[in-house]
Design a protein around this ligand. Structure first.
Ligand code: BGC
Length: 467
């Protein structure tokens, strides 16, 4: 039987000390894995500042530029579609290792591109890594986190995404003066290396190990992750749930799990079609449209939006395990709807550009407090262990598919319907999101993943009979 390595002196060690060091290991593990989220955020938004220079250097037409920008999303679609199968088969840790390698390699290759073709190939694979990371990071963190702080730990992923987006704005801003777009892309190699080295040392998800029948290693990893005397009990709970699970997608056809799939896919689509990336990708354009004096001022405005996005995610992390997922989602979708309604009105009445800026900040704050982090959290919590990876793939695919549609239609919508109607349209979709969350989303705060699974298994059997 293998020894619980980080506990070192074994069972005699004071349980207080071991659980403190275990808690530190859990937090550190989540922080390292979240670097995958940082790369997701960085690589999706670094292009916004770089595209102006790409266009000139590679002499791109509008259509070619759109292709160069959109190709990473195509990669993300492919990555998220295949990541579920791969994480279920080869493990969460291995997939994160491979993803870190891919991020490093293809970020450098994007920076070294000599023309549209080599650039697009490199960015496609960066996109594939983004797709894998978008699912593997929350999945890995959720499976190793204790129930009480799972919300905060999984939301570290969203925090890292927002930091990545913020860093990309600053990197773009810093390199804009010298027009060094190559460095904008290549700088992602640094977090990729840290993620790679970190993942070499981090433990595999104990839930995945249990599912694969590696009982001793699962127990060892639960102990490394601070479970102490509760490790056996948690493993027994995981094994109990695994015994009830049907192999394959068949499980998703059970009535309760069908609802879980609907909730996951619905939240994923709603997170995107309520317009977040029209702001994230196009905020300099929106600010310029509202009357900002120069591109530089608009990029600086975007950087401030990025900082607000980071700060509000920290607030959300502090609240999500106390106030619960549902409350934050409802608050969030209501706030986003109101902000977008005001945004439409600001453009309609040709209000001062500062008004538009404040409304953008209000929208970001509303998104960051709930729908941003909580969507990724919920889709890592609501599926049974045996198919968690594959089921998350469906939700992640829905994120990237709808992201593609929104990013690809936003500018045409602006041109045809004008900014006021466009933002009012997204405001209406926030109303749909609010109703959806109110009706369908369950509260998962403080429950183990197995207790949540039990809830779906017995969904609709008898009111109040679920755990
Ligand atoms: C979304 C991304 C978005 C980011 C902004 C994430 O939760 O999935 O599409 O760009 O939040 O913070």
């Amino acid at each position: 039987m293998e020894q619980p390595s980080s506990l070192g002196s074994g069972i005699k060690e004071s349980s207080a000390r071991s659980s403190a060091s275990g808690r530190a290991t859990v937090v550190l593990t989540a922080m390292v894995a979240a670097l995958g989220g940082l790369l997701f955020g960085f690589d999706t938004s670094v292009i916004s500042g770089a595209m102006l220079f790409l266009r000139t250097d590679f002499h791109l037409s509008d259509a070619q530029l759109e292709f160069a920008v959109g190709i990473a999303l195509a990669g993300a679609l492919m990555g998220s579609a295949s990541a579920g199968y791969c994480t279920d088969r080869w493990g969460r840790r291995w997939m994160l290792l491979v993803t870190a390698l891919g991020f490093g390699l293809f970020s450098v290759l994007s920076g070294l591109a000599t023309g549209l073709v080599s650039f697009s190939i490199a960015r496609f694979f960066v996109g594939a890594c983004i797709g894998v990371a978008s699912l593997a990071v929350p999945l890995y963190i959720a499976e190793m986190a204790p129930a009480k702080i799972r919300g905060a730990l999984v939301s570290l992923n969203q925090l890292a995404i927002t930091v990545g987006i913020g860093v990309a704005y600053f990197v773009d801003y810093a390199f804009a003066a010298s027009e060094s777009w190559r460095w904008m892309f290549a700088s992602a190699v640094l977090p990729a290396i840290v993620l790679l080295i970190g993942m070499i040392f981090l433990p595999e998800s104990p839930r995945w190990l249990a599912r694969k029948g590696f009982r001793d290693r699962a127990l060892e990893n639960f102990r490394r992750l601070g479970r102490g005397e509760e490790a056996e009990a948690e493993l027994a709970e995981v094994e109990g749930a695994l015994q009830e699970e049907v192999e394959g997608f068949g499980i998703l056809l059970q009535p309760g799990f069908r609802v879980a799939v609907l909730v996951g896919i619905g939240l994923a689509i709603l997170q995107q079609i309520t317009g977040i990336n029209t702001i994230i990708y196009y905020v300099p354009t929106i600010l310029r449209m509202s009357g900002y004096p120069s591109a530089k001022a608009a990029i600086l405005g975007a950087a401030i939006v990025g900082v607000a996005n980071v700060l509000i995610t920290v607030v959300s992390m502090a609240l999500v395990d106390r106030l619960g997922r549902r409350f934050l989602l409802l608050l969030s979708t209501a706030g986003m709807g109101l902000a977008l309604a005001f945004m439409g009105a600001a453009f309609y009445q040709k209000a001062a550009s500062s008004v538009v800026f404040y409304v953008v900040i209000a929208y970001i704050i509303s998104f960051g407090i709930g729908l941003g982090p909580v969507m990724w959290l919920l889709i890592s919590e609501i599926y049974p262990t045996k198919i968690r990876g594959k089921a998350m793939s469906l939700a992640a695919l829905s994120v990237w598919g709808s992201n593609w549609v929104v990013a690809g239609t936003f500018l045409s919508l602006l041109n045809h319907a004008g900014p006021a109607r466009t933002f009012w349209f997204y405001a209406c979709l926030c109303v749909v999101a609010f109703v959806f969350c109110y009706v369908f989303v369950p509260e998962t705060k403080g429950r183990t993943l197995e207790a949540i699974e039990h809830h779906w298994r017995h969904f609709g059997e008898k009111p109040g009979a679920t755990s």
